[in-house]
Design a protein around this ligand. Structure first.
Ligand SMILES: [Zn+2]
Length: 233
């Protein structure tokens, strides 16, 4: 299992994505920070279909419970939580924040943690994942002191062609993506077991995905090192 330092930050769109997609890596890298972008609650106590499926009465109850789920999951993994407080698209009601605004907030966390390795989502399918990818990519690739590693967004990576489309877009943007090795050893298996316990903390989200709706989180995690081609000389 690749091991990373305490100066590692994983950027997560929602409260669950980092653990679903990188939980075993986090278990192998104690002290890392999981920085989640969409953790805010709207002013009004909105009722959305997704929150209802998760068993919540309204958005306020949902976000309070989901932040607590996240803290509990990260405690199991030995990671620290940073919540940026932007509004999830289900609450934004057309007033979505820009990638530039989110990138500025991510840069602040990078500075505070003296980050040397930033994990970002490939940014698949969901508009919040696209936005997080764009913001985190803007914040990291312009800083040559930071290694930028993309993780495949669990669940969405199984959708036809989505990983391929992102890799093609990266190539067209002069960014090379090289897969990291995924060692299969005793430590990796132990980290996967720890991840499974952490995943169970997101009980509200698992309820909405249904019994087999999140099987992909138990498959191997996959990572791509991103580098702008002009950085290679
Ligand atoms: Zn998500």
């Amino acid at each position: 299992m690749p091991r990373f330092s305490r100066r590692t930050i994983v950027i997560s769109p929602h409260l669950d994505d980092a653990v679903f997609s990188c939980g075993a890596m986090l278990a192998a890298s104690p002290g890392a920070v999981v920085c989640t972008v969409f953790t805010g609650a709207p002013r009004a106590a909105l009722v959305t279909d997704w929150d209802t499926q998760c068993g919540f009465a309204n958005a306020h109850q949902a976000m309070r419970a989901r932040r607590a789920e996240d803290v509990a999951a990260l405690e199991i993994l030995g990671a620290r939580a940073a919540h940026l407080g932007f509004l999830d698209s289900q609450y934004a009601q057309g007033r979505t924040n820009t990638a530039r605004e989110i990138a500025a907030a991510i840069r602040n966390v990078i500075r505070e943690c003296t980050c040397d390795t930033l994990f970002i989502p490939l940014g698949l399918f969901h508009s919040d994942h696209h936005l997080t990818h764009a913001a985190a990519r803007e914040a990291s690739l312009s800083d040559t002191s930071i290694a930028c590693i993309a993780y495949e967004d669990c669940l969405y990576r199984r959708m036809n062609g989505l990983v391929q489309m992102r890799l093609a877009e990266l190539a067209n943007s002069d960014i090379e993506a090289t897969p990291l090795p995924d060692p299969i050893d005793a430590e990796a298996l132990a980290c996967r077991a720890t991840k499974q316990r952490a995943v169970q903390c997101y009980a509200s989200q698992l309820k909405a995905f249904g019994p087999h709706g999140y099987d992909d989180v138990l498959s191997p995690e996959r990572f791509w090192r991103l580098r702008t081609t002009d950085r290679n000389g």
